[in-house]
Design a protein around this ligand. Structure first.
Ligand code: NAP
Length: 497
């Protein structure tokens, strides 16, 4: 086994750094003819290697999950909850190591990585508790001498395919719900960030999660995903990633009529009302834009500011943006880490060039100051219009685009002018404006006067082409449950009824 000293020397518990897939409670290299290097996006340094499993090994993971399902679903719900809480405790106990691993493979600043570990762990705890409340119903009977009701039962094996921007939380938000419901899971993490997933597997093993209940497979994305989507024994697919790949997976799942949950791209509007203090709103907008260097499905992608405060807002935004420090996420005082790879930097540049060529003004953003090839300095553009790429696409980069609007109706029309519908931000203290926008915005989540909106108790998800289903909240566990209706007939009449 090749052990990267860069990684292990930094960890208090070096065994959290695994360079194997995890299937059926075993660490496996498979027959891997092929290995892939995983690099630190900040330095380009190779952190380690992962095996790419062959098709038959992906099928073996399904076999293992199928065997484990019998035992896992049969556990009493409080027993399942205990295992999940043990896993939660271990994640908490190793949060610093998990944050370092994440920062190394993803690039995000260490404080953000610590926040993600907390956030990710909180879903396991919440769903462990919520599993105890997956109640069925008693239905008043319309059939003579019958009792009617519903049972909630686990759906079966769930395949979880996740992106690189939140390498830990996107797994636990799904796996916490699925495993609490009684479903074994097969996780396919993003190729750029497998080590967070594998550290979770190591901790699941230590928490005595039975073999086959939590599996991590690695390999060529299209091949692995296609096997999992077409496998009849896999009953649910939960995917977080781009809308492009989400559409593809939805098609592949049609053949076996799977339950499909999709958390896809966003193109969030950030609407600032005329009554707002421009400075207060600008500080929040900077925070909503530059988290994870803009590589966040909730990032404020189109900032819409009332014309009466536009210029003051731009000034405050530029001032705050200039104070952001770009650098290696492991260094202190860094606000923005690198982008995930060179293609992301190229895309960011092309979005900026496209906007400028169509008349946008570059207020700030000097790329000569970038501290390395994968870094992109924050950019501020004004005069952004609907024809520009930055408006139509999720830019997934630290590029902020501002547009002035005249009135609420124009702001609503602008905000809804997208195929996406994940999240929207509204900044105003006018209650009538708040209510109007809240009702009119075609987004699954609307946050008013708050950048922070997510967490275990809330239903996270989008409308339009931002996805299907919800993660978190009471409805999050329903993605992994079937409702079985029962009719108990010929019971005889009960005297007095
Ligand atoms: P992506 O390219 O769609 O990749 C996501 C996952 O799909 C990865 O595991 C990837 O594997 C796999 N994949 C890639 N190409 C595939 C293919 N042809 N067939 C099957 N699987 C494939 O997305 P990303 O660039 O990692 O993540 C960014 C996207 O995620 C953004 O659009 C963002 O908005 C979205 N996102 C949404 C949410 C939400 O909750 N709505 C949260 C976070 C991110 P490999 O890495 O191995 O290629």
């Amino acid at each position: 086994m090749k052990v990267s000293k860069t990684v292990t020397q930094r960890l208090e518990d070096p065994r959290l750094f695994r360079q194997y897939a995890y299937v059926d409670g075993r660490w496996t290299h498979g027959d891997a003819g092929r290995e892939e290097a995983v690099t630190d996006p900040a330095t380009g340094e190779v952190l380690g290697h992962i095996p790419w499993l062959e098709a038959d090994q992906i099928h073996s993971a399904v076999d293992a999950a199928d065997r484990a399902y019998v035992q896992w679903r049969a556990l009493r719900v409080d027993e399942r909850a205990e295992r999940l809480l043990a896993w939660y405790d271990l994640i908490q106990a190793h949060r610093e190591d998990l944050a370092i691993l994440m920062s190394l493979e993803q690039g995000k600043p260490l404080p953000d990585a610590r926040g993600e570990v907390e956030y990710g762990a909180s879903f396991i705890k919440w769903f462990a508790e919520q599993a105890k409340r997956t109640f069925g119903e008693t239905i008043p009977s319309h059939i003579p001498n019958a009792a009617l009701g519903t049972l909630k039962e686990p759906i079966g094996i769930a395949a979880l395919i996740t992106p690189w921007n939140f390498p830990l939380a996107m797994i636990t938000r799904k796996a916490g719900a699925a495993m609490a419901a009684g479903c074994p899971v097969i996780v396919k993490p993003a190729g750029e960030t497998p080590f967070s997933a594998l550290a979770l597997a190591e901790l699941a093993e230590r928490a005595s999660i039975p073999a086959g209940v939590f599996n991590v497979v690695l390999g060529e994305a299209a091949e692995v995903s296609s096997i999992l989507c077409k496998e009849e024994r896999v009953k649910a697919l939960s995917f977080t990633g781009s809308t492009r790949v989400g559409r593809l997976l939805l098609e592949q799942c049609a053949g076996t009529v799977k339950r499909v949950s999709l958390e896809l791209g966003g193109n969030a509007p950030f609407i600032v009302g005329p009554d707002m203090d421009p400075r207060e709103a600008a500080l929040s907008a900077v925070s909503a834009k530059f988290q994870t260097a803009g590589q966040d499905c909730l990032a404020a992608n189109r900032i819409l500011v009332h014309e009466s405060i536009h210029d003051a807002f731009v000034e405050h935004f530029a001032e705050r943006m200039a104070a952001l420090t770009v650098g290696n996420g492991l260094h202190s005082e860094v606000d923005l880490g690198p982008l995930i790879h060179a293609q992301a930097v190229e895309k960011a540049s092309s979005i900026v060039d496209d906007a400028i060529s169509q008349g946008a003004t570059l207020v700030a953003g000097d790329q000569s100051a970038a501290p390395g090839p994968n870094f992109f300095m924050p950019v501020l553009l004004t005069g952004v219009t609907r024809e520009m790429q930055i408006w139509r696409e999720e830019n997934f980069a630290p590029v902020a685009g501002i547009t002035a609007y005249r009135d609420d109706d124009e702001a609503i029309a602008m905000a809804n002018d997208t195929e996406y519908g994940l999240a929207a931000y509204v900044y105003t203290h006018d209650i009538r404006r708040i209510w109007k926008l809240l009702r009119a915005l075609e987004f699954g989540m609307v946050s008013v006067n708050s950048v922070k909106m997510t967490g275990p108790p809330v239903p996270f998800g989008g409308v339009k082409q931002s996805g299907l289903g919800r993660e978190g909240g009471v409805s999050g566990i329903d993605e992994y449950l079937e409702t079985k209706y029962y009719c108990l007939g010929a019971l005889g009449s009960v005297s007095g009824s």
